[in-house]
Structure formats: C-alpha cells, structure tokens
Design a protein around this ligand. Structure first.
Ligand code: 13P
Length: 258
C-alpha cells in the first residue's frame, strides 16, 4: 500500500526565525499523535536549519523548496543539494510551477536537478500541471505527458521509484479554485498509465502522487479519498498550524478507512 504524504509548502512566507519558531512549536505539538501519514514541511532556505532543530524527535520532516543541479561552484545565489542534505533534510520540491513560470525553469533543467537530487539521496517531489487555457483547450493530458517525458527522461526504474509526483494544476494554485476530486483523479490515473507504459505496472502502482492547488480543511478529505491521490502539497493552508493539522487529520481518516 502507498502511504499518504502531506507537504506544507511555505513558499516565500514565515522565513524569519521568530515566525518559524512560533509556527513549528504549535505544529509539533498538534501532530504529536499522528500516525501513518508522512508530514513534510518546506520552509524557506533561511530557516531550514532552525526548522530541523525545532522538529527533532517529532513527526515532522523538513524539506527544501528548490536546489541547484550542481554540488558547488560559481553560482551566485544558488543552494547546493549537498547543503540541504547536510542539514538532515530528506526531501526537495522540484519544478514547482512558480519556478517554471516566474523563473523560466525548463523541463530539461528540472531533469538535471532531479538526477542530482536522486544521486544525493534526496527524495524529490516533482511538480507538474497545466495552465487554465491548456485545460480549457482540452490539452491537459498532452501537457502532463510532455512534462513527464522530459522531466523524467533517462530515469531508471529504481530512480523513478524514489520520486514523488505532485499534480498541481496551475489554475488551482492560490486561487481558491480547487480541481474537483474527479478532475484530479482523472489526471492522477493518467499519470499512472504513463508510468505503467514507460516502466511497468508495479512502478505505476508504487509511486505516490500528491494533488496540490487550493487544498483546505474542507475539501481535503474528498480529494484524498480518490484511489490514485496519495495526499497533498499544501500552500496557503499550510501557513496556519491548525488548518494544516486539519488537512493532516483528513489524510489520517483516509488511512483508517483503508
Ligand atoms: P495553494 O495551496 O496556496 O493553492 O498552493 C499550492 C501549491 O502551490 C503547493 O505547492
């Protein structure tokens, strides 16, 4: 059985030591008794070290929101996967649509990062998703397939098995406009079909696929109960410990049903 994974992507929020301290102290205590759900919080780089310290011995793992594709060198302003790993972080988000759209990250660039993350033993959470006009023009699956073909290019079975995929329709991010469970499930199923063709059925069945885009305590349960949705990557609603905790509880309820 695939486990459920809930990520809290803080984006460029809560990055001061004080905000991190207040937030994580509360979240650690709220999630103390959570079982069977993997929780990963993604704070800004400035506060990763502190976040790791604050979550020691808790149920919360800490990951990074991005990384560079080399381990070191003349790349002003960039962060090496080696630095992330040295803090004890296990996860890294790659190819978020904000990285793709605002910072022009291509599938090829994300592919380089992905290979390096895997080499470094980090668990990559790779984001894919279509824009609103692409969905409206019936191009969703075409876009998803293109992104997967290029982002995962050259990955062997053992590598893809260590990867988590996050389907994040761009029109649903930060808009309050969530994909319906049926819309999300249709794409998640398509992602598994692709994995089954490119690799095999066992790979398709084993990989965890999160949904992301305006998840909140009210819609989380219905999304997570879909067969091919293995939890979520949460933006806005992860900025408040109690709403994030409610979403984690929705995932726990799903686990208890299975
Ligand atoms: P929102 O939950 O704010 O829509 O953000 C989703 C997201 O981008 C998570 O990576």
């Amino acid at each position: 059985m695939r486990g459920l994974i809930i990520g809290g992507n803080w984006k460029m929020n809560l990055g001061t030591p004080e905000e991190t301290r207040v937030h994580l102290k509360e979240l650690v205590s709220l999630t103390r008794s959570v079982n069977n759900v993997e929780i990963v919080v993604f704070p800004p780089f400035t506060t990763l070290y502190l976040a790791k310290e604050l979550t020691k011995g808790s149920n919360i793992k800490i990951g990074a929101q991005n990384m560079h594709f080399e381990l070191s060198g003349a790349y002003t302003g960039e962060i090496s996967p080696k630095f992330i790993k040295s803090l004890g972080c296990e996860h890294v988000i790659l190819g978020h649509s904000e990285r793709r759209d605002i910072f022009h990250e291509s599938d090829e660039l994300i592919n380089r990062k992905l290979k390096k993350a895997l080499q470094m033993g980090l668990t990559p959470i790779v984001c894919i998703g279509e824009h609103l006009d692409e969905r409206e023009n019936g191009k969703t699956k075409e876009i998803i397939q293109y992104q997967m073909e290029h982002t995962f290019r050259g990955l062997i079975k053992e590598e893809i098995l260590k990867t988590v995929i996050a389907y994040e329709p761009i029109w649903a991010i930060g808009t309050g406009k969530t994909a319906t469970p049926e819309q999300a499930e249709e794409v998640h199923e398509f992602i598994r079909e692709f994995l089954s063709q490119e690799y095999d059925e066992s790979v398709a069945r084993a990989i965890r696929i999160q949904y992301g885009g305006s998840i909140n305590p009210t819609n989380a349960f219905d999304l997570f109960k879909e067969k091919n949705i293995d939890g979520g990557l949460v933006g806005g609603a992860s900025l408040k410990p109690d709403s994030f905790h409610e979403i984690i509880k929705a995932a726990e309820r799903i686990h208890d049903l299975e």
